[in-house]
Design a protein around this ligand. Structure first.
Ligand code: AMP
Ligand code: DBH
Length: 558
């Protein structure tokens, strides 16, 4: 039973919702109608390129429709939730749109997630199905599905793209039977994004048709996308940034082409840029470093590139300054969050703004407050906590009443956990973070979640995880461990232990340090600032990982 105080979705107050409609942000258009209108309008133009496959807008819609029939036959019904975990392949979009067609709500996991995360999403969402590839990047998702099914009893169906073994093959799904699809209301939840989180529990972000498609449409406008846009999707396809800022959906909104890149190697991305005459892509800062390094010994013709977006993590000015000269294109900084608010530098901003700020919000109705620890506004230009509410920022996480009480102000502002300042030009600079999280090259790690797992280790009496600066990823994680009766485990033992507990690889601490006891603040909380001060950044990164630039497998995904 779900406690009644834990609603799946917290709506916007009626008056604000009405304003968002009046202002033309919310247009009452559910995803299936949106896709059908695009198929009508852009018909035979190429919507999607995946390897040697090219789907027109019409084909994309056709795949979604026939798959929806198959998913219906499998027993999926409107209002149910399904976890979808696919890499950058065309089937992701076919299934995503098929689920939306059916009124089934996808929960979009990342390929890096493992049993701990997927099991938690499935249980929390009471997912009825789980959609996966057979294998990807050396990992067998069917084995993961078996483990997930054992611990999430609601999961009755597993659909596999590729060799299905005992599960339902994706290839068996498409059907032709005409089924009368229900029409989703545009102000209801279309799907769930995932939060990087800062607590031990998974957070699902309800996104409505109305709010998401507004952010997509406005983003496509800001980025001046057109039918000539060819977008290379290298970040994980379901992540909010490459999906909606303006991402694949924004490209389709304007009749352009999305090219999927399913490998981390810059050489593969460069070959696709040359072959498809890619005009536009989105990267995280660490991938920018990798690309700049790779560019110096690559002969590919990248002259079609007109714009590179960078976001997801702090972007050093020195690195930002290299983008335009190296790639002969414009740079745009993006500071966004799956919860909603997205900021962009504008294409015609002065260079100074583009290099040194993270831009300004999409909407005139994005409300921004920069406050001190007591929620009082700081002096103009000073640093503070960023609070926001607006036409595409959530009002509450899925079934998380007690967390929501802390994550939102009484006036419905979302506490982003980011520390920012507003510049004289009206742009935001992200200067730090108050939330207990490590931003590992755009991949967010909730310290409390990993600490919770480590506390089960017999040799760990207490533990606190903090970020340490890293020249490549921006940050890596260090676990300060108070040893129990057994000696302190070495890092590779800790890594094995956490893998066995089913944790995604990027959450495994990069460094383990013993400490006699954890320092406490005056109010008795663990003093993480004091722990961070104990760290000496430079030698650590070198000693534990060598040069990440030399290792293409350390591809960071947000
Ligand atoms: P999530 O809530 O998991 O979607 O992660 C969003 C968070 O990523 C933001 O709240 C920031 O902490 C971080 N982030 C995103 N873009 C940037 C950026 N351009 N610069 C610094 N931090 C960023
Ligand atoms: O980091 C993010 O989550 C992010 C970054 C840029 C995001 O969600 C977005 C743009 O939409």
């Amino acid at each position: 039973m779900i406690p009644p105080q834990d609603p799946p979705f917290t709506p916007w107050p009626t008056a604000l919702a009405e304003h968002y409609r009046q202002a033309g942000y919310w247009r009452g258009l559910p995803f299936p109608h949106w896709l059908a209108a695009l198929a009508e309008r852009f018909g035979e133009a190429t919507a999607l390129v995946c390897g040697e496959r090219r789907w027109s807008y019409r084909q994309l819609q056709h795949h979604a429709d026939t798959l929806a029939t198959g998913l219906w036959r499998l027993g999926l019904r409107p209002g149910q939730r399904v976890v979808i975990q696919l890499p950058n392949i065309a089937e992701f979009f076919a299934l995503f749109f098929a689920l939306l067609r059916l009124g089934v709500q996808p929960v979009v996991a990342l390929p890096a997630h493992r049993r701990a995360e997927i099991g938690a999403f499935c249980r929390h969402a009471e997912a009825v199905a789980y959609l996966i590839p057979d294998r990807h990047a050396g990992f067998d998702y069917r084995q993961l599905a078996r483990e997930v099914m054992a611990e999430a009893p609601s999961v009755a169906q597993v659909v596999v793209v590729g060799e299905a073994e005992e599960f339902t093959p994706f290839s068996s799904l498409p059907g032709t039977a005409a089924v009368e699809w229900p029409t989703s209301e545009a102000e209801t939840v279309a799907f769930y994004q995932l939060s990087g989180g800062s607590t031990g529990l998974p957070k699902l972000i309800p996104r409505t048709h109305d709010d998401y498609l507004y952010s997509v449409r406005a983003s496509a406008e800001i980025c001046r996308l057109s039918p000539h846009t060819v977008y290379l999707c290298v970040l994980p396809v379901s992540h909010n940034f490459p999906l909606s800022s303006p991402g694949s959906l924004g490209v389709w909104e304007r009749g352009g082409t999305v090219v999927l890149c399913n490998t981390p190697a810059p050489a593969d991305a460069f070959a696709l840029i040359e072959r498809e005459r890619v005009t536009f892509t989105a990267l995280v800062p660490s991938l920018v470093s990798t690309w700049i390094e790779a560019r110096s010994h690559s002969q590919h013709d990248l002259s079609s590139l007109a714009l590179i977006q960078v976001g997801g993590a702090a972007f050093p000015v020195a690195l930002a300054a290299q983008v335009a000269p190296t790639f002969g294109c414009r740079l745009q900084q993006v500071f966004g969050m799956a919860e909603g608010l997205v900021n962009y530098t504008r294409l015609d901003d002065p260079e100074e703004v583009i290099l040194t700020t993270q831009g300004r919000p999409i909407s005139a109705d994005d409300e921004i407050a920069i406050v001190d620890d007591d929620d009082q506004p700081v002096a103009p230009g000073s640093e503070g906590h960023l609070l926001t509410r607006g036409p595409y920022t959530l009002r509450g996480y899925f079934r998380a009443a007690s967390h929501n009480a802390r994550a939102f102000t009484q006036h419905g502002f979302y506490r982003t956990g980011d520390r920012v300042r507003l510049t004289a030009t009206g742009n935001l600079q992200v200067v730090g973070r108050a939330k207990d999280q490590i931003n590992r090259g755009g991949e967010k790690v909730a310290a409390e979640e990993v600490e919770g797992h480590l506390l089960y280790h017999p040799a760990v009496a207490d533990v606190a995880i903090v970020a340490m600066p890293d020249p490549y990823l921006g940050e890596r994680s260090c676990a300060f461990v108070v040893p129990g009766s057994a000696p302190l485990p070495r890092r590779h033992e800790v890594a094995r232990y956490l893998r066995e507990r089913g944790l995604a690889e990027y959450k495994i601490p990069d460094r383990i340090e013993a400490i006699a006891s954890l320092p406490l603040t005056a109010v008795g909380k663990v003093d993480k600032a004091a722990l961070r001060r104990l760290l000496d950044p430079a030698p650590i990164a070198a000693a534990t990982h060598g040069s990440p630039l030399a290792n293409p497998r350390s591809y960071p995904s947000p």
